[in-house]
Design a protein around this ligand. Structure first.
Ligand SMILES: [Zn+2]
Length: 347
């Protein structure tokens, strides 16, 4: 019998065929810097150092997928389009300055060439280096911006929220631009080696907009960008932070084959609602458990997730969102070990 690779395990889970055990993929990027001692800001400009840390994380902890690149890589596109970013020494970078005041600015917004703009080439090189090393054994996940979220980065989330109520043409025109930019970014990530394209759309969360707004503004764009992944033969996934219970069906309608759901979502209910349509991925609390909890508490939470959502396959054990840089590695290890301990399928 040939060995089951992490890649096989994930593909089986996505197809709804129970693998040997529940796949486990913590959403861990920066946190792996603890293993190689590289500084966060230092590694932003070094694909080699970033790739080394990401690979060390997978090798030491033994999880079933690698999130490359480094910070929430979907921010890189906003930066390449002209937004300013803040780079704290000890935390994930954030978009701070916006480039769109009103619709007269739309003409000035560039659609970046991912191979030559901003820090995107550094990110793409990181993905290539990880792919060279890991081959087809472990799938590579790449975050890309959901067009609605990217729109919020370009004009500011408040302005976008107001426009969804008062100026829908503004939202439609702006998301047309961001959809085009996002598609180009996705193609570049796939060319570099991404196996799973994860559209990250935190601004489309039910914590921020209603299901009707989601359907009107976020869903059509997501459908269009994830279709690029489908066309290129890689797995389309969708990550939305916070509460998403009211939009789980709509999230499936985007064409995503994996839904990354946050810890606020009742996993059992999600499994009941959409477990036959999509592979659910989640949803251990990244802050209260993985950052400040104990390995024992993480193990218990992981076990509970497996009990709630693993039946029949279509489940990947994960954190509810990106793991904070300072999360202790023994907590991540406890999560990975729990998949082996409690996540075996009996064939
Ligand atoms: Zn999230």
């Amino acid at each position: 019998m040939t060995e089951v690779t992490a890649f096989d395990r994930v593909v089986a889970a996505v197809r709804g065929k129970p693998p040997d055990r529940v796949p486990v993929i913590p959403q861990i990027t920066y946190t792996t810097a603890q293993l190689t001692g590289v500084g966060l800001v230092e590694a932003l400009h070094s694909p080699e150092k970033t790739a080394k840390a990401l690979l060390a994380g997978q090798r030491e902890l033994g999880y079933d997928g690698i999130y490359a690149g480094w910070e929430s890589s979907f921010n890189l596109l906003a930066e390449a389009m002209g937004c300013t970013m803040r780079y704290p020494e000890d935390d994930v970078p954030q978009v701070t300055g916006h480039i769109i005041e009103d619709s007269s600015d739309f003409d000035k917004v560039p659609i970046p060439d991912p191979n030559s703009t901003g820090r995107i080439p550094i990110h793409l090189k990181t993905v290539k280096l990880v792919k060279q090393e890991i081959g087809d054994k472990v799938p590579i996940f790449c975050y890309v911006p959901g067009p609605f979220t990217l729109a919020g980065q370009l004009c500011g989330v408040n302005k976008l929220m107001i426009a969804t109520l008062r100026d829908t043409q503004f939202v439609e025109d702006l998301t047309r631009i961001t959809t085009t930019a996002s598609k180009r970014y996705i193609e570049a990530n796939i060319a570099a080696g991404a196996d799973v394209i994860v559209a990250a759309d935190p601004t489309a969360s039910s914590s921020l907009i209603s299901p009707a707004m989601f359907k009107a503004f976020a869903l059509p764009c997501l459908e269009e960008v994830l279709a690029v992944a489908v066309r290129k033969g890689v797995i389309p996934a969708l990550h939305i932070c916070g509460q998403t219970t009211p939009i789980l069906e709509l999230m499936c309608d985007t064409g995503a084959k994996i839904l990354e759901i946050d810890h606020l979502v009742d996993l059992r209910k999600a499994k009941q609602d959409v477990g036959d349509r999509v592979c659910l991925q989640g949803n251990i609390d990244p802050t209260d458990l993985l950052l400040t909890g104990t390995p024992g508490a993480v193990e218990q939470a992981a076990r509970s997730c497996i009990e709630q959502a693993s039946s029949g396959g279509r489940f990947i054990l994960s954190s509810g969102c990106e793991i904070p840089p300072a999360a202790p590695l023994p907590n991540i290890k406890a999560m990975v070990d729990a998949a082996e301990k409690f996540g075996r399928y009996n064939h």
